[in-house]
Design a protein. Structure first.
Lengths: 127, 183
């Protein structure tokens, strides 16, 4: 593996400077992964990690990823809420990395809600 | 919880929920003393004495959405299973400090797990509102990850950028490998 130094951060800094503005509040979408005890035990960390890889792979610079606590539906974890600016938020349940990847492609990029994975549309609006 | 890195993620999520702006995670592996120590210290809103006495009760939670709070009690139980000890100190308005000790080679001691993933997930989701300081040592060899320093180096580029996160993850993995080698 190539040895990475802290100096590499400076190279990246230049590379991403233009896209950085987008992450400072002018985002198009926000994905909240529920990271309560129940979520973590059910695999929420792997879901968020998989989501980060998808975002990098698909070069999505206008998507914010954040976490929240338990939403009270522990048996349906891992869960995530997808909010597209101007659209009602959608809560997805029983997630897997594969489902999350499909949500990124279909919902985040194309704007199509995946009803088969969704619990509800229109709750917990924070964006 | 499968491993300690998941417990740590869970406890630090509590810190963030308590409004912490700085969270220090320390892991000390000492095979000579046969001891593993995990410390999590935050500057969140802390707890008053009454709340603190109930903090380890699984049937207590400050959350309104459900009435059980398993995070701390599960970590406390994990220390008991490995003949260790658990301590929590908190001051209202100052912050909270959790210390979990384990007998290192105890058969029931949970593995440390994937700390790189825990740290990256924390930085990705909360790196803009809080700083994370992660110190990990094994038998004298140590490694420090400090988002305050990294943010200064990044000079305006946000730490939650995918390219930055990937680089940081590789760095943590490499450093962890370094301190594990030759011991």
């Amino acid at each position: 593996m190539k040895k990475l130094k802290i100096g590499d951060l400076e190279k990246i800094r230049e590379k991403v400077r233009r896209t950085a503005v987008l992450r400072q509040g002018k985002s198009r979408a926000k994905i909240t992964v529920h990271m309560g005890t129940c979520g973590i035990a059910a695999g929420a960390r792997e879901i968020l990690s998989g989501l980060l890889s998808e975002i990098k792979k698909k070069k999505l610079n206008d998507v914010i990823v954040t976490t929240s606590g338990c939403a009270g539906l522990c048996s349906r974890e891992p869960m995530a809420t997808v909010e597209i600016t101007g659209k009602p938020p959608v809560k997805y349940v029983d997630l897997t990395i594969e489902k999350m990847s499909k949500i990124v492609t279909e919902h985040i990029i194309k704007g199509n809600i995946l009803n088969e994975y969704a619990l509800a549309v229109g709750s917990e609006r924070t964006h | 919880m499968r491993d300690l890195s998941l417990h740590i993620l869970d406890i630090v999520e509590n810190s963030i929920a308590a409004g912490a702006k700085k969270v220090e995670i320390t892991i000390e592996e000492d095979t000579n003393k046969n001891l593993l120590v995990v410390k999590i210290k935050d500057n969140g809103k802390g707890m008053d004495k009454k709340t603190l006495t109930k903090a380890l009760d699984p049937f207590f939670s400050t959350k309104k959405i459900r009435r059980i709070g398993l995070g701390l009690s599960m970590l406390a139980r994990a220390t008991k299973e490995a003949e260790g000890s658990f301590d929590i100190k908190s001051k209202k308005g100052r912050g909270t400090r959790v210390t979990a000790k384990f007998v290192y080679d105890h058969i029931d001691r949970k593995p440390i797990g994937n700390m790189a993933e825990t740290i990256i997930v924390l930085v990705a989701s909360n790196g803009l509102k809080a700083d994370f300081i992660y110190k990990h040592s094994k038998n004298g060899k140590s490694f420090l990850f400090d988002t305050r320093y990294l943010k200064r180096k990044l000079n305006g580029v946000l730490i939650n950028q995918p390219e930055v996160l990937e680089l940081l993850k590789k760095r943590i993995l490499r450093e962890l490998k370094r301190i594990q080698e030759g011991t």
